[in-house]
Design a protein around this ligand. Structure first.
Ligand code: ADP
Length: 441
């Protein structure tokens, strides 16, 4: 559980830490700027109160200096008072028990936790008076303390809330990943590669990740299936000649007179066996990427002639004519042995599956930077549904079962084409046609 949630917790922890640092920073800022702005606000309050007070002072000959009745001398913690030019108190209130300075400056002063603001104003008919506004610094301290109290509750509250909310959002975002982990776990435990990640719940990059996981699972599933089939097909193909050899050897031992025939059969079967083993070895090396290529300039035209010549006796057995349309001196940077095998596999098939008294055509020509060619016969051709499968290992069509072979010739040819950067494909044209292309650059 802990392990599964480790990333989620770590992300939550990191940004909660960042949030906390930010909150501490804000708190320090409040403390620093709080004092400055506190004094600033109190100054403004005093000034405003004094200003208002000055408008409330009137004079007439009968009553002398009077203050508007609506005005309170103590309001919002500010004491207001008015003095004549000789500094005698005319009206107003001062904080009880506090000795205030006797002089009147036109500015704000701080004295023993009291802020004092004096100003002068002229009253029509009377003359100059002094107005004094006094307030306790404590009032602003209290306001500031309240702000700090709120910050002390609100900031940790905001941190906790955002941590919880963040964890929730991350968990939702991580759900597809948890789903991937579960699917991968299930696959590992059951060995069943058909499991897939639910792509519906994912979006954005996670959808891409889920898709690539699923593609990977599908590929793995296919390659495991292929591997299984390959192993079972290979053992089947190996078992048959081995069984024939054993049976013939036993028969020869019991019937020495017929031993010669048996030896011929044994020789034929062991030839087949060694061909099969060498084909399997080649494919195994190809799969492991260990087949070394001995690249050299190969005269492909000459090689095609050699292969065709080699097949002449077999063709003659079936009275098949091999027609050559081979452009001369076509040179390719290639592995000669593999190229020979490539052409041999195609031509051998054409003779094997071509009809008696028929015609096999082979061609080689240049098309810009590509050497192209084909091998064509006039046999039964390849069934439509088999066209895709003939390049699979051990695939043999039903008609092919009565001929010699293991179904490895075309997969090997396809691999040789691929490893030389070329391609091969099969089609039907009154028989089978195998077309191939090799780039020269
Ligand atoms: P093999 O010839 O040993 O069976 P290949 O891999 O060379 O194996 O060929 C695979 C299958 O493709 C053959 O069994 C056959 O069914 C089909 N095939 C190949 N070449 C031809 C062809 N020229 N004409 C008809 N079918 C062919």
């Amino acid at each position: 559980m802990m392990k599964k949630n480790a990333i989620k917790l770590r992300i939550t922890l990191v940004y909660t830490l960042a949030m906390t640092l930010f909150a501490v920073f804000i708190f320090i800022m409040i403390l620093l700027f709080g004092r400055a702005s506190r004094i600033d606000t109190s100054k403004k309050s005093l000034e405003m109160a004094a200003e208002k007070f000055s408008h409330a002072i009137e004079y007439d000959d009968e009553d002398g200096v009077t203050i508007d009745d609506d005005l309170e001398y103590i309001s919002h913690g500010i004491y207001l008072s008015v003095y004549d030019e000789a500094f005698y108190l005319i009206e107003g209130k001062t904080p009880p028990g506090v000795i205030l300075p006797g002089d009147f400056l036109q500015e704000i002063r701080e004295q023993d936790n009291w802020l004092i603001y004096d100003s002068q104003t002229r009253i029509d008919g009377y003359g100059w008076v002094y107005i004094r506004a006094v307030s306790s610094v404590e009032v602003y301290h209290e306001e500031f303390q309240q702000l700090i109290d709120i910050a002390l509750i609100a900031l940790p509250g905001a941190i906790i809330l955002s941590a919880l909310l963040g964890y929730l959002v991350i968990s939702l975002q991580f759900r597809p990943i948890s789903n991937m982990i579960e699917t991968a776990d299930q696959i590992e435990k059951s060995g069943d590669l058909s499991g897939r990640i639910n792509e519906e719940k994912a979006s954005g990059e996670l959808l891409l990740l889920a898709k690539s996981f699923n593609t990977m699972f599908a590929k793995l599933e296919r390659s495991f299936e292929n591997e299984k089939r390959f192993t079972s097909d290979a053992s089947h193909e190996l078992r048959t000649p081995a069984a024939v050899i054993t049976a013939e050897a036993e028969y020869a031992l019991e019937n020495p007179a017929a031993a010669n025939d048996s030896l011929h059969i044994i020789l034929k079967e062991s030839n087949k066996l060694s061909q099969l083993i060498s084909a399997l070895l080649l494919l195994a090396r190809a799969d492991a990427g260990r087949q070394k290529l001995h690249l050299e300039k190969v005269d492909l035209s000459g090689l095609f002639h050699i292969v065709a010549d080699e097949l002449l006796p077999r063709a003659e057995e079936k009275n098949i004519r091999i027609e050559r349309h081979i452009e001369e001196d076509l040179v390719l940077e290639a592995d000669e042995t593999l190229m020979m095998r490539f052409l041999m596999n195609l031509l051998d098939n054409a003779v094997k599956y071509g009809k008696e008294n028929g015609l096999v055509q082979c061609a080689l020509y240049r098309e810009n930077d590509t050497i192209c060619g084909y091998v064509k016969d006039d046999g039964d051709g390849i069934a439509e549904e088999a066209l895709e499968k003939i390049f699979e290992r051990f695939y043999r069509s039903d008609q092919a079962r009565h001929t010699d072979g293991h179904g490895l010739g075309l997969p090997i040819a396809a691999w040789i084409a691929e490893i030389h950067g070329g391609s091969i494909h099969a089609e039907n044209d009154k028989g089978a046609v195998f077309r191939f292309r090799f780039p020269t650059k």
